[in-house]
Design a protein around this ligand. Structure first.
Ligand code: PEP
Ligand code: MG
Length: 923
């Protein structure tokens, strides 16, 4: 199976190489033929390859050409200079375009107008720049007027162009233009832009040109070819603007891939009432429902819909006003969905009742919709279960486990207002009015709801941290809606009753004023907004798992498990969970974990009433005292292990002996000193003070400069073997007890932080001795394995020696990353952001496994380990075990399992299946 996939990938690659014409930088599309196709996303970007594919399919696409991402790379390499041969290729394509369009750039009787748009391999909605109506100048605008017999339209197009070009290319603040537009509106007594007639718009154009003159010191460029070059370069520059960089950081899109530039003949949705523009989806991207979904605006240009400034009409309305165009749109988009075998997100323009398709791409959707759509597409036989497994972003499954409101409580709170349900999920938090405030409040530990009139791409950092996003304007495809859905962030848009005063940091609904910091809650699935703090309750899926809801009463639960069952058929690696409590083990099992990959026994020491016993153990000055405390801990640990084994229903459970530095269990030195001073100043003496003084002495003895590199892990077991003895006894006693009950468990006892084989041997001797003693005492034989974590570079590099004594390895990639980089896992936050801003690091290596630097340590240990002990069991239990891109690497090196937190188990199951389908072990 993996072979077929690999063969397909090779074929696709071969096709890409064939299509990628040697030395070609510009790809034409028009007149039913295109130089590119859908396989060329790397080179043409998503938009460019989509336009090419639609042209080849004979759809009505305005002609144009795509300047490839290679040129973007050249632009940056050559510090903003584009070589002459690329300029020549662009000029050739302009001529071709003029021919296809039957119009000429800059012509006074039939001017060609073009749009210039960005388009990277991965869509980045609204993050980069776009310029419309390019080609207009003082002469061409008159030509446009003659051609369309519509002076108002011609001058409105020109003023929009100057404004967009002025802002994007010449970097003049938008306000400078808005100010002039408002002045003219005031003079003319106009309330809306549409109230301005031709002469008013001529005035606006003259004022805009004056703005350009005064801000940049030269005239607005009149040569359309010059305009095109400047616009192209501005689009390339927008690849590196801060919001695009932030977006790429959040979505893990590499910087080096660059953007393509699409130059396309303009068609106009704003020539009058028989024109319009819109966007839509072939299915509902929020709920996944099979319904034609979208919005449009009559007499408007594309940007008006996505900018969220005017609230558009639902697409069904189009059937009434322009039935022919609507029917054609339905036919085309249905065809597109069949062709791409996925939900399409499309843009269209109708110019004088003629339909043009401007874009199609696979639609972004919520996690909920992703599951609904994939299962529906399988039922409709449009895709196979394997396609469904490959179609869903594993990360999106975690959205389905997010909490919702308790329906009864929610109903009891009066409704404040409603908006459009853009992205499902329950959100509750303090109201804030700017992205900066959202970040500030969140940093202070307060959940926030970001309330905006409409969001703009610059708000991305605020949206990212907010619990939810609520806007007053905009439709289901506005920026807030698109980005909200993609982030899985509950969002409501177009809540028109909200009157927002961002300066005063307040909004009002029907006279009721809500100020910054007050609570708002909303349900992104229904669009209901309430003015109260509302607690949320577990997701529907968790309710089924906990037995509160029957599976047959939850459609989403059944589909969710269906996807995971399909995934399991393709998965090679097992998925285990990191869990140390019986209920965690139960939950992980219910999520499909088949085994525990890491039970951190020290977490059990934090259980109720245990800390004082643990402290007594640590404070003990003699072995005898330490053993006394350990004897008290023994039954508690045995109970824990018994529960965890039972929760895992006989599946393998890896239990790690104590790992962290002991002082983690003791009070902080400074706090103790303050308490002592207080007691002394009150003249107190006696047992209390003496106890604290003894504690302080021991805390000082245990103090380490580098606790992470200090007395922890196997070093504790070696210096205090009685701890390992107690833990082994607890494990084996629990296993014997279960064996007597007829439940077979095979404990895997794991020694942490081993770098020297002799460390492991020392502990193995203790474990084997105590295990034999217990079995003899109990008269029961249980099988157990003894292994080690590989989390110290020396351990990885000497894995062949270690494998002689270890029956399994579990990669502790948290410590391995920490020790390979020399980055403290607790302190990296202080400089990580700067590293990322300076492009020293792309990603946080503690979240996404570093294949280049830490990868070789894992690869080496796998090879050495297998050489010394063929069949050695290999797994990973660091945080990376639940991260989809890291899982691809673990598949490649051929690990037997990944282990992650219980809630990540579904994500890991799907990611492991995708990895098995996409990469080959040993590649
Ligand atoms: C690790 O280091 O990756 C690991 C799983 O152990 P811990 O996080 O407990 O140090
Ligand atoms: Mg570790």
């Amino acid at each position: 199976m993996a072979k077929t996939v690999a063969r397909k990938a090779v074929r696709a690659q071969a096709k890409t190489t064939t299509n990628r014409k040697q030395g070609r930088h510009v790809y034409f599309f028009g007149d039913g033929k295109a130089d590119g196709d859908r396989t060329m996303r790397d080179l043409l970007g998503g938009k460019g390859s989509g336009l090419a594919e639609m042209t080849n399919a004979g759809l009505p696409v305005p002609p144009g050409f795509t300047i490839s991402t290679d040129v973007c790379a050249i632009y940056y390499r050559e510090k903003g200079r584009i070589p002459a041969d690329v300029d020549r290729a662009i000029a050739d394509n302009v001529r071709k375009l003029e021919k296809a369009a039957g119009a000429t750039l800059g012509s006074t009787d039939n001017p060609l107008l073009v749009s210039v748009r960005s388009g990277a391999k991965f869509s980045m909605p609204g993050m980069m720049d776009t310029i419309l109506n390019l080609g207009l100048n003082d002469a061409a605008v008159e030509g446009l007027k003659t051609r369309t017999s519509n002076g108002r339209f011609a001058f409105d197009s020109y003023r929009r162009f100057i404004q967009m070009f002025g802002n994007v290319v010449l970097e003049i603040p938008k306000d400078a233009f808005e100010h002039e537009l408002d002045s003219v509106k005031r003079i003319k007594g106009a309330t809306q832009d549409t109230d301005l007639d031709e002469s008013a718009l001529r005035d606006v154009v003259n004022r805009y040109k004056q703005v350009v003159r005064s801000k940049v010191g030269h005239e607005f460029p009149q040569d359309p070819h010059e305009q095109l070059k400047m616009a192209r370069d501005a689009v390339f520059r927008s690849w590196m603007n801060p919001r695009a960089q932030e977006y790429r950081r959040i979505y893990d899109i590499p910087d080096h891939i660059g953007t393509a530039v699409n130059v396309q003949m303009m068609v106009f949705g704003n020539t009058g009432d028989r024109s319009g523009t819109g966007v839509g989806f072939t299915r509902n991207p929020a709920t996944g429902a099979k319904e034609f979904f979208g919005e449009f605006l009559i007499n408007a240009q594309g940007e008006d819909v996505v900018a969220g400034i005017r609230t558009p009409q639902p697409i069904a309305q189009l059937a009434k006003v322009m039935p022919k165009a609507y029917k054609q749109l339905r036919e085309i988009t249905t065809r597109l969905e069949r062709h791409y075998k996925d939900v399409q997100d499309f843009e269209f323009t109708i110019q004088d009742e003629r339909l043009f398709m401007l874009q199609t791409r696979n639609g972004k959707r919520t996690g909920y919709a992703a599951v609904m759509i994939a299962t529906d597409l399988v039922a409709e036989k449009l895709i196979t279960p394997k396609d469904a497994v490959l179609q869903i972003d594993p990360e999106s499954l975690s959205q389905l486990l997010a909490p919702g409101f308790d329906p009864k409580e929610w109903k009891s709170i009066p409704l404040a207002t409603r908006g459009l349900p853009a992205s499902p999920g329950a959100a509750s938090g303090h109201v804030v009015f700017s992205a900066e405030d959202a970040v500030k409040w969140t940093d202070d530990g307060k959940p926030v709801i970001l309330v905006r009139r409409e969001t703009v791409p610059d708000d991305i950092h605020g949206m990212f941290v907010a619990q939810g996003v609520l806007t007053a304007t905009g439709g289901m495809t506005s920026h807030a809606a698109v980005v909200g859905r993609q982030m899985g962030k509950p969002s409501i848009v177009g809540a028109g009753e909200l009157e927002i005063d961002e300066n005063a940091k307040q909004f009002s609904i029907k006279g009721r004023v809500v100020r910054e910091g007050e609570f708002v809650s909303f349900d992104g699935l229904t669009g209901e907004v309430k003015l109260a703090k509302v607690a949320s309750r577990p997701s529907e899926i968790l309710q089924v798992l906990s037995g509160e809801l029957r599976p047959r009463d939850s459609d989403i639960y059944r589909r969710f498990t269906q996807i995971l069952t399909w995934a399991d058929k393709h998965r090679r690696m097992d998925v285990r969970a990191n869990a140390d409590q019986p209920d965690q083990a139960e939950l992980a099992y219910a999520f499909g974990a088949r085994g525990i990959g890491l039970c951190r026994t020290e977490h059990m020491f934090f259980g109720e009433g245990r800390i004082p016993i643990v402290q007594r153990m640590i404070l003990a000055e003699t072995e005898a005292d330490r053993r006394k405390a350990l004897n008290e801990l023994l039954p508690l640990q045995r109970g824990d292990f018994y529960g965890v084994f039972k929760g895992m229903h006989g599946q393998p459970v890896t239990i790690r002996t104590i790992d962290p530095p002991l002082h983690e269990f003791l009070p902080k030195r400074e706090e103790l000193m303050v308490e002592i001073v207080k007691l002394e100043s009150q003249g107190k003496s006696g047992a209390d003070l003496n106890g604290k003084l003894a504690l302080l002495r021991r805390v000082e003895q245990l103090h380490e400069f580098n606790p992470m590199l200090g007395h922890r892990g196997v070093r504790l077991g070696i210096t205090y073997p009685e701890i390992t003895e107690m833990q082994t006894r607890a494990i084996i006693e629990a296993a014997c007890e279960l064996a007597r009950e007829g439940i077979k468990v095979v404990p895997e006892i794991m020694i942490p932080l081993v770098g020297l084989v002799k460390e492991l041997r020392d502990q193995k001797a203790v474990v084997d001795r105590v295990a034999a003693e217990v079995m003899k005492e109990k008269g029961v034989k249980v099988k157990y394995l003894l292994g080690t974590m590989i989390e110290v570079p020396r351990g990885a590099l000497t894995a062949d020696q270690i494998a002689v004594d270890a029956e399994f390895f579990s990669f502790g990639t948290n410590d391995l990353t920490q020790l390979a980089f020399g980055f403290s896992r607790d302190d990296i936050g202080k400089f990580l952001r700067v590293y990322q801003d300076k492009k020293i690091l792309d990603k946080d290596p503690f979240a996404t496994f570093d294949i280049d630097g830490v990868g070789p340590l894992v690869r080496t240990a796998v090879e050495l380990g297998r050489k010394a002990r063929p069949g050695i069991k290999l797994g990973v239990c660091g945080e990376h075990g639940g991260d989809p891109s890291s899982i691809h690497f673990f598949e490649q090196v051929g690990l037997d399992y990944v282990s992650c937190s219980p809630y990540r188990v579904p994500v890991a199951r799907l990611a492991a299946a995708q990895a098995a389908l996409a990469v080959k072990v040993g590649d």
